[in-house]
Design a protein around this ligand. Structure first.
Ligand code: NAP
Length: 287
């Protein structure tokens, strides 16, 4: 019987996960099909119920369901539980288990491609949505000393900061978490004092209607920082172009996308993810 893995989200038209995950499954000759299940919010619980059928091995979960899916699962791993978001579901026996591989994907790209170790270092995080939550969790878990959250809606950043402060207290970490509204003079000060800037907003993303926009101008970016843009399409985003003009080091979102997918692949199949195959398929799939 052909088995199935799906990606559940809305919209899914531009997702490249089906392409690089299928390439990895085909590399091992597995009789598994990776399918896009475009799911509206009213269909979510039925889609999760369908994962319990014998033909399914699990799923990826993406915008806008990474948080909503939590109560529909039987158990969560520690990272997914603490982040409060699931991007990977694995079926074991009859149980649906939730994982968050975004954190591991973000950190692996930061270390491998970004050559950056977060311990004891300060970062400015642009955005306060689901991706920012995973990024902040990863940086704090790795010992970052200070996070400054800069977001369009200050109340969303404050809500995230409160959750992060709880985490810092619970885990006995030594880290400071601050919030700044965007476009205030204090942002320049925070940028000057940090070593890492991570864009977790959707500004610059192709097909999102904000393709030409950058969250920072070149003159705001200090040349000593690493600028990491989670946006992966295009590979050279407006922010990364501005960072290059400023003379700063840059890292795009494609390695994180592939690494989070690789971690999910290993959970579903128990096999080592064929990274080169996945990187080549993902790179070729960008339009
Ligand atoms: P999300 O939960 O919808 O959050 C979107 C964030 O962008 C919020 O902070 C929002 O601010 C901000 N934003 C949206 N439009 C804006 C605008 N016009 N001006 C200023 N800020 C704006 O989305 P997400 O899941 O966190 O994803 C964010 C980005 O990360 C997306 O582009 C996604 O593709 C990318 N991502 C990449 C990877 C990867 O593997 N490379 C993984 C996950 C996500 P408000 O709070 O004010 O609304």
């Amino acid at each position: 019987m052909t088995q199935h893995i799906s990606i559940i989200g809305y919209p899914l038209r531009h997702s490249i996960s089906p392409i690089f995950q299928q390439a990895a499954l085909d590399y091992y000759g597995l009789d598994v099909e990776y399918e896009a299940w475009e799911t509206n919010p009213l269909q979510l619980s039925a889609a999760i119920g369908e994962l319990r059928y014998p033909r399914n091995l699990g799923a990826n979960v993406t915008i806008p369901f990474k948080e909503e899916v939590l109560p529909m699962l039987d158990d969560l791993d520690e990272v997914a539980d603490e982040v409060g978001a699931v991007n990977t579901i694995v079926k074991r026996e009859d149980l649906l288990l939730g994982y968050n591989t975004d954190v591991a994907g973000f950190l692996r790209a930061l270390r491998n491609e970004g050559k950056f170790q977060p311990a004891g270092r300060a970062a400015v995080i642009l955005g306060a949505g689901g991706a920012a939550r995973a990024v902040c969790y990863g940086l704090l878990a790795e010992g970052a000393s200070r996070l400054t959250l800069v977001n369009r809606s200050v109340e969303n950043a404050e809500e995230l900061a409160e959750a992060l402060k709880d985490l810092v207290g619970k885990k006995g970490l030594h880290a400071e978490v601050n919030v700044l509204p965007q476009d205030v003079p204090g942002v320049e000060g925070a940028l000057a004092e940090c070593e890492l800037v991570v864009n977790c907003t959707s500004l610059g993303m192709k097909h999102g209607g904000q393709e030409k926009r950058s969250p920072l101008r070149a003159e705001q970016i200090p040349r000593h920082v690493l600028v990491y843009d989670l946006v992966y399409n295009p590979t050279e985003t407006p922010l990364l172009k501005a960072a290059a003009v400023a003379g700063a080091r840059t890292l795009g979102g494609l390695p994180m996308l592939v690494y989070q997918g690789a971690a999910a692949f290993e959970l579903w199949t128990g096999r080592e993810a064929p990274l080169q195959v996945m990187f080549e398929a993902a790179g070729a799939a960008l339009d």
